[in-house]
Design a protein around this ligand. Structure first.
Ligand code: AMX
Length: 425
């Protein structure tokens, strides 16, 4: 049995040495170039940041510490956390130690829920989740030790402490958001017999007679944890963390980006899209009707949610994992039939439309359908569930960055005048 912090201390020592060596011998070697199109185009493809927790291959999708996602979809989120931080999966005893540690930190003080109760009933769950984390910031051990003059070598240790506190509390907080926003406002206490993700499902209080919702949460919270560090949520967290903002501030920053419709909010948009189609056609439409509907959407200048990706050029393996789950859990569900029909129709329409570089489904295309089928019928809440999971990856990245002393992020921006002069335009 090992303790996460001890394993990490050893791994970080080797990691630091590795980075030091690369820098000592290759600091001035060029690994990327930037074109004018990239500078104006969201820095797509510019290799300007290091992330060693995971990488996204355009052709195969997410690879976590050298393991393709498909190989680890049966793991639980706590194992994912261990893997992201250390590069290895924990043995059963070490996993249990981590789970017990998280359980001991999971309580959220009442003042946080009281503050959230004061918000207008129409407040978006993402805003509530982000504000809830900021309300917890008062308890940051990183900030406290920074104020007391902690040394740079200790940054990662207190970042890890905050990470464990934050990850332990975020399911309690987010389930509380659900209870306050959509139910009777009463907070359901944790069940000590359940693990991290099963407890999240339990604290939401959605009836789950088959146990399918708990299984879906375990899968979903595992799948969405990490997607390298260039995506909006990870990048925002990375940048805030690089200023030594503590994990509560930094994860809150990441969640604020996750709340955008082109990023994490796409799962909400996607289910709304499915429901609008069912309403328009009184059920699952024919392929021709769906084709016309998709064109209508595109011609009105909107995107088809759940399709396309900034990096991937294949079907997202996270989508495939959701698809396999749906085939087992709800094969006859009309919304799943619609999702399958979309798979036949939408990529062809997007190809003909000719803009999207990737016409395949992404992670958000099916997850909302599954949530809805299993009783979580409030689409605006789906991104908050994504946030619970994404916190695992972005916190892991932050701990490693504090561990190797990554400095404050500060890319150089240039003006349009400068570009014109530089290229002789
Ligand atoms: N529907 C319609 N148009 C699309 C499209 C889609 N699903 N995907 C891409 N396009 C368009 C873009 O809007 C862009 O149009 P523009 O030139 O007029 O600006 C053009 O195709 C080229 O885009 P791209 O290089 O293929 O993608 P991108 O990196 O600019 O954007 C993404 C990536 C995800 C924002 C985009 O595919 C999209 O808007 N998809 C729908 C929303 C969605 O599902 N988001 C979730 C992504 C996963 C996640 O982060 N959770």
């Amino acid at each position: 049995m090992a303790k996460l912090k001890d394993v990490l201390a050893e791994k970080l020592a080797a990691y630091r040495e590795d980075v030091k060596k690369v820098l000592a011998t290759h600091a001035d070697d060029v690994i990327s170039q930037v074109t004018v199109a990239q500078a104006y185009g969201g820095m797509r493809g510019v290799k300007g940041q290091i992330c060693d927790t995971s990488t996204v291959s355009p052709d195969t999708g997410l690879i976590v510490r050298g393991r393709p996602l498909a190989e680890i979809t049966d793991r639980c989120p706590e194992e994912m956390l261990w893997l992201l931080l250390t590069g290895d999966l924990p043995d059963a005893a070490s996993l249990k130690t981590l789970q017990d540690d998280l359980a001991s930190r999971a309580d959220v003080p009442d003042y946080v829920f009281d503050a959230l109760r004061q918000l207008p009933k129409t407040t978006h769950p993402m805003a509530m989740q982000s504000m809830g984390l900021l309300a917890l910031q008062e308890g940051s051990k990183f900030r406290k030790h920074y104020d007391e003059g902690m040394r740079k070598e200790e940054y990662w240790e207190w970042c890890l402490e905050d990470t464990l506190d934050l990850l332990a509390k975020i399911p309690t907080l987010t389930a509380g958001v659900y209870r306050i926003r959509y139910k009777d406002g009463k907070i359901i206490p944790r069940d000590p017999s359940k693990d991290w993700s099963a407890n999240f499902a339990h604290m939401m209080g959605v009836p789950d007679p088959t146990g399918n919702l708990a299984d879906l949460m375990r899968l979903y919270l595992n799948l969405h944890a990490d997607h390298e560090s260039g995506n909006v949520s990870a990048n925002l967290c990375h940048t805030a963390g690089s200023a030594l903002s503590d994990p509560y501030y930094a994860v809150s920053a990441g969640l604020n980006g996750l709340a955008g419709p082109l990023h994490g909010l796409a799962n909400q948009e996607c289910l709304k899209f499915h429901l609008a189609i069912v309403e328009r056609f009184g059920g699952v439409p024919s392929a021709d009707q769906l084709k016309d509907y998709t064109w209508e959407l595109l011609n009105s200048g909107r995107v088809v949610p759940g399709f396309g990706h900034a990096v991937l050029r294949c079907t997202d393996p996270r989508y495939t994992a959701c698809y396999d789950f749906a085939k087992k859990a709800c094969p006859d569900l009309p919304l799943f039939k619609l999702a399958k029909l979309m798979l036949e129709v939408v990529p062809a329409v997007l190809k003909e439309h000719g803009k999207a570089k990737n016409t395949n489904p992404n992670v958000d295309a099916l997850s909302g359908v599954l949530m809805y089928a299993l009783g979580v019928t409030e689409p605006p809440f789906y991104t908050a569930i994504f946030g619970v999971s994404r916190a695992i990856g972005i916190c892991s990245q932050m701990v490693l960055n504090r561990g190797i002393g990554t400095p404050i992020t500060r890319p150089k921006s240039v003006t349009t005048e400068w570009v014109k002069k530089q290229v002789g335009a």
